[in-house]
Design a protein around this ligand. Structure first.
Ligand code: NAP
Length: 506
């Protein structure tokens, strides 16, 4: 299918169950072909953002009172619609964000899995617990209650699955939502909310506002938002937490950037280690939060590993996202490509030994896109910026280590702590890295990318503030209440507290 044959999407805001236009529109363009307009979308004003929050607030009481199981059943209908539209959603995503069609399909399936998880969870588990009391006649319960209005602010690189990781648990637990997709992927945001509407979620439970960072900021500044679920860069996450600091009653669940790595020990299965490194560095053109821009390789293996890695990297095909034979696609926009080229130049300045030169390429005939070829280098520089900062593109350093303690020091020498992979046949070494490295998601004999929705997805340090996404988010979008019931006919207090009413009525 040609990227030019599909008609542009015409977006709307979705507030209180109504599709609305705005005074100003913005365009979403395909990063594989900047001349292709994927759609036009309304830029919400702060007033329209406030109206969306007000609509979520007024829908909250009725949604909260709806049985959790009936809320979950709306997700069963949503799952059927996602199955119906999987191919169309994957094609739209490939056109809009440039990820290869095979990855886009996998992302739609991941979103579907979250919806299925939410549907199943409606009938079990985490709703609450029964807890023992000191007093035999007392039953004590811990019950979870929804906070109220949840703002869902998401990045461009997982424009379908990540919103569902947040909207799913929030809505299941009885919250109502205002969703702000990335300005780079408004079409997928629009289609997702169309599916929520078609699945029959009541008016006001899911609201959609589109626009750039100002739209997100207006949402965060609204004091009627109880929880902000954010996934994106550290810089924006920090800004959101700064604004929210004046509302200490608010919860901010922030999942942010990464500077991830694969550690390759000298006992590694060689082919597996090369494949794990390549997939970690270049899948999604290195634009996953969990992408590895450091492969930390034992010095005894380095020469052989560097040769095999560089040869494989040179063979990878970056091209039209709709062609499943390509390995990966473009960068998301020209500024993102420029940022990667700047980091390539910085690496050379900081002493990189270049193994594969990265440069601009234009693999789609007759189109100008934001494509870069992989940049691979070897470097043992301690404290170099390129080894510590998130690059977010096809840029990877091979860094040698001598001892396992060295590898841990190199891995931890960054302000981020998101994802780690260890390639070894030794269970003792695996355990050592598991205990000593700082990360939210660890993998053994695998790439450091890849998520499954029933596991928490989060990080430490500048990567996350302790509210992991996907299944882990249920904790952040509910608060725990204690509920104690006395089944006796008189009052008995814990800690031996006396109940005698001295001086009381005779
Ligand atoms: P981003 O620039 O931080 O944007 C994320 C979202 O925040 C977008 O919807 C953005 O809107 C919005 N935003 C921007 N400024 C805002 C403000 N002042 N107030 C409120 N919202 C604001 O991130 P991105 O470029 O889309 O995504 C890449 C980043 O996300 C990388 O750092 C990556 O590591 C991280 N990421 C992390 C995870 C994780 O789970 N840890 C997963 C995926 C991605 P606009 O798009 O309109 O600016």
């Amino acid at each position: 299918m040609s990227t030019n044959t599909l008609s542009p999407v015409s977006g709307r805001l979705f507030v209180g169950g109504e599709w609305l236009s705005a005074r100003e529109d913005f365009a979403s363009k395909s990063p594989a072909n900047l001349a292709e307009v994927v759609g036009t979308f309304p830029k919400a004003t702060p007033k329209e953002v406030d109206a969306a929050v007000a609509s979520a607030r007024s829908a909250f009481p009725a949604w909260r009172r709806t049985s959790r199981i009936l809320r979950a059943e709306c997700f069963d209908r949503l799952a059927q619609l996602i199955k119906r539209d999987t191919d169309a959603l994957a094609v739209l995503m490939a056109r809009e964000c440039g990820k290869n069609i095979t990855e886009c399909r996998a992302e739609v399936v991941e979103g579907l899995h979250m919806v299925q998880y939410v549907f199943g969870t409606g009938r079990q588990g985490i709703y609450g617990e029964v807890i023992a009391s000191e007093i035999a006649e007392k039953d004590a319960f811990v019950r979870r209650k929804p906070w109220g209005v949840v703002a869902v602010i998401t990045p461009w690189n997982f424009p379908f699955a990540v919103p569902l990781w947040m909207l799913g648990p929030s809505l299941l637990e009885g919250n109502t939502c205002v969703f702000k997709p990335s300005e780079d992927t408004p079409a997928i945001g629009q289609k997702l909310v169309e599916l929520f509407a078609e699945a029959g979620f009541p008016a006001g439970t899911v609201n959609l506002v589109q626009g750039a960072g100002e739209t997100g900021e207006a949402l965060v500044k609204n004091p009627d938002v109880n929880v902000v679920c954010f996934t994106g860069s550290y810089e924006v996450g920090k800004r959101i937490q700064e604004i929210s600091a004046s509302m200490p009653e608010r919860i901010v669940a922030a999942e942010m950037g990464g500077k991830n790595a694969v550690i390759v020990c000298e006992d590694a299965r060689f082919d597996l280690a090369v494949n794990a490194g390549i997939l970690s560095a270049f899948k999604t053109t290195g634009q996953r939060c969990v992408s590895a821009s450091r492969i930390i390789v034992h010095e005894a293996l380095m020469d052989r590993y560097a040769k095999a890695f560089a040869e494989t990297a040179k063979r990878l095909k970056f091209g039209d996202p709709l062609d499943a034979k390509n390995f990966a696609g473009p960068l998301i926009h020209e500024n993102a490509a420029k940022k990667v080229l700047d980091y390539n130049a910085l690496a050379k300045k900081e002493g990189a030994k270049v193994l594969v030169e990265g440069s601009e390429i234009q693999p789609v005939a007759g189109a100008k896109g934001c494509f870069l070829s992989p940049f691979v280098y070897q470097m043992d520089g301690k404290g170099a910026r390129v080894l510590r900062e998130e690059v977010f593109g096809p840029h990877v350093a091979l860094v040698p280590f001598k001892t396992d303690e060295d590898a841990v020091r190199i891995y931890n020498d960054t302000e981020y702590g998101l994802s780690l992979a260890v390639i070894t046949e030794s269970y003792r070494r695996m355990r050592f890295f598991r205990e000593e490295c700082e990360y939210g998601m660890g993998y053994v004999n695998l790439p450091c990318i890849g998520a499954e929705v029933h596991l928490p997805f989060g990080g430490v340090k500048k990567s996350g503030n302790g509210h992991p996404s996907a299944a882990g988010l249920i904790e952040a979008v509910t608060h725990k209440t204690a509920w104690t019931v006395n089944h006796g006919t008189d009052i008995k207090m814990a800690q031996g507290l006396t109940t005698a009413l001295e001086g009381g009525p005779a």
